[in-house]
Ligand binder design. Structure first.
Ligand SMILES: Cc1cc2nc3c(=O)[nH]c(=O)nc-3n(C[C@H](O)[C@H](O)[C@H](O)COP(=O)(O)OP(=O)(O)OC[C@H]3O[C@@H](n4cnc5c(N)ncnc54)[C@H](O)[C@@H]3O)c2cc1C
Length: 502
């Protein structure tokens, strides 16, 4: 195929092509949409009974709540244009409360995270909002940053060591670490300064101090706010599914892809195990009882582990195992009747100062119904939806080891500490637990390099592609933008051959 092909040839290439998308989370659905909307036959396989992956809705005490992802970065072009394409723009909403608090349950204090800060690093250590958290000792130590000569050797990449060395342990432990652990499940030492706060290093050299650099950067580096959908994020998944079906895509839920191999003519054989009772499999092109499909391109949109397994025999060398063990995030979502929460005493979210011995309690609580007005209305008077997050590895996790009864009490205790409101069993109308893997953000140190390496390896196979949070970095904005880009590359390869992709 050549770029000189006629328009009719292109249309016929599109008609002949068939793309298999493995994984029905947002990455897989967005990629599938990119193929289906130009008339390429598309089949989506999803192992679980429902689409959406981390975008998960559930019924709790009679209302529908998001138990996984709840929002996206308001400045995300990829998500915003998807929302418009799907006609959901009228449902978009902004938080009514958006303050973040920091709390140290062990020491018994809580305070709002200082407004004038970048990544938690304060612009002015003497500001009352900062001093309240780090004390006089911490403030004097942070002030030394203004007196010390700026770093002259290269640029700092490690956020943790940069903050500790310039402004001291208290700024690191109490202002920066709660945010990196609470939001992304990683330590400040794992955050790449240049990716997380582009321009901070340059401003540091220019202004001569870290707090000066933060002030400088704040001028044109306001953090983007959040957007969500009235009625819940699951609407995005439902609308995408409907659009895909309207475009003729086939979607198989409860169907796990167990193998991918090359066919003699250079296409891909996709083998799958359908759970019995999945009627959808018998009404498509695939023969009744079929357990494989031949596709001209494959998009792997599952977890890193499933992608490693499925690509083992088709890549020149296996994908390297993840350098960092995945963080397991268990979310306990509760509907509580607690008038004491009406005034949103700890804003929209409150993150815990991490303990010295690792995570032994919750890393944070999001007061969902304080943040989203539609949810406050849905919950009803004096009722509140809160999500308590517990993070850890499989072998050292604060909540996974607990049975349901034990966990309910544990989560109530953690929520009471972090929200500063006493919640006992009588307050809880309904609750549920959901387990997720929290992939590293694109701001994690080494992520860009690892991701580029994995991408190069997979892209070498031309019509094979990997998308999803493990390779794009966690977050709907990153995942959606990356899936559009990757789908475009594969689409061009299908239509114009290898040179079309470059
Ligand atoms: C608790 C939590 C809250 C979050 N909140 C937010 C938020 O508010 N805003 C935000 O921007 N980001 C948030 N994130 C991050 C964001 O939600 C994720 O980065 C994104 O949803 C990941 O999408 P994905 O498609 O890559 O993966 P997933 O959603 O995990 O989807 C992968 C899918 O592939 C399927 N699959 C895997 N292997 C196979 C196979 N072999 N065959 C068939 N199917 C397979 C899985 O069943 C799964 O459904 C949150 C993350 C977590 C964990």
């Amino acid at each position: 195929m050549h770029t000189g092909d006629s328009f009719d040839d292109l249309v016929s290439h599109a008609r002949d092509a068939h793309v298999a998308v493995i994984g029905g989370g947002i990455a897989g659905l967005v990629a599938a949409h990119e193929f289906a909307k130009v008339g390429i036959a598309t089949t989506v396989f999803e192992a679980s009974p429902r689409l959406g992956g981390v975008i998960r809705g559930a019924e709790l005490g009679g209302i529908t709540v998001d138990v996984g992802a709840t929002s996206w970065r308001a400045d995300s072009e990829a998500v915003n244009s998807l929302i418009s394409e799907l006609g959901l723009q009228d449902c978009v909403c902004a938080p009514v409360v958006d303050t973040t608090w920091i709390c140290d349950p062990a020491q018994g204090w809580a305070a709002p995270s200082p407004q004038e800060s970048v990544l938690g690093i304060p612009a002015n250590p003497w500001d009352e909002s900062v001093r309240r958290i780090i004390g006089w000792g911490g403030t004097w130590r942070a002030y030394l940053d203004r007196l010390r000569p700026p770093m002259t050797i290269g640029v700092a990449r490690n956020l943790g060591s940069l903050v500790r060395s310039r402004m001291g342990a208290k700024v690191h432990d109490r202002l920066v670490a709660p945010l990196t652990f609470g939001r992304f499940g990683i330590s400040p030492d794992d955050v790449d300064v240049d990716v997380a706060a582009p321009g901070l290093n340059g401003a540091l050299t220019r202004t001569g101090s870290l707090s000066g650099a933060v002030s400088d950067l704040r001028v044109d580096h306001r953090t983007a706010g959040l957007s969500s959908l009235e009625g819940g994020m699951l609407q995005l998944v439902t609308a995408l599914e409907q659009r895909l079906r309207d475009l003729g895509a086939r979607i198989h839920t409860s169907t796990t892809v167990s193998g991918v191999s090359r066919t003699a003519d250079g296409r891909w054989r996709v083998e799958f195990d359908a759970e019995s009772g999945d009627a959808e499999l018998v009404d498509g092109d695939e023969p009744v009882g079929s357990t494989s499909l031949t596709a001209s391109a494959v998009v792997l949109a599952g977890s890193r582990e499933s992608t490693e397994r499925l690509t083992r025999s088709i890549l020149p060398r296996p994908l390297e195992p993840a350098m960092h063990p995945a963080v397991l995030r268990e979310i306990v979502t509760m509907l509580v009747d607690a008038p004491a929460l009406d005034a949103a005493p700890r804003g929209a979210e409150v993150y815990a100062v991490p303990g010295e011995t690792g995570a032994t309690t919750a890393s944070g609580v999001v007061h969902q119904s304080a943040r989203w007005e539609w949810l406050r209305r849905a919950a009803g008077e004096s009722r509140h939806v809160i999500s308590v997050a517990f993070d850890g590895s499989a072998d050292a996790h604060p909540s996974l080891v607990r049975g349901d009864g034990d966990l309910a009490e544990f989560a109530r205790g953690a929520a009471s500490d972090l929200l500063g409101v006493s919640l006992d069993a009588r307050h809880v109308i309904a609750w549920r637990r959901d387990l997720f893997t929290l992939e590293r953000p694109s701001t994690a140190r080494g992520h860009a390099e690892e991701s580029a390496r994995d991408r190069r390896l997979v892209q070498g196979a031309g019509t094979l592609s990997v998308v999803g949070a493990w390779v794009a970095g966690s977050g709907l904005a990153k995942v959606a933008a990356d899936a559009v880009e990757e789908a475009d590359r594969v689409r061009r390869t299908l239509l114009w051959g290898a040179e079309g992709a470059s």
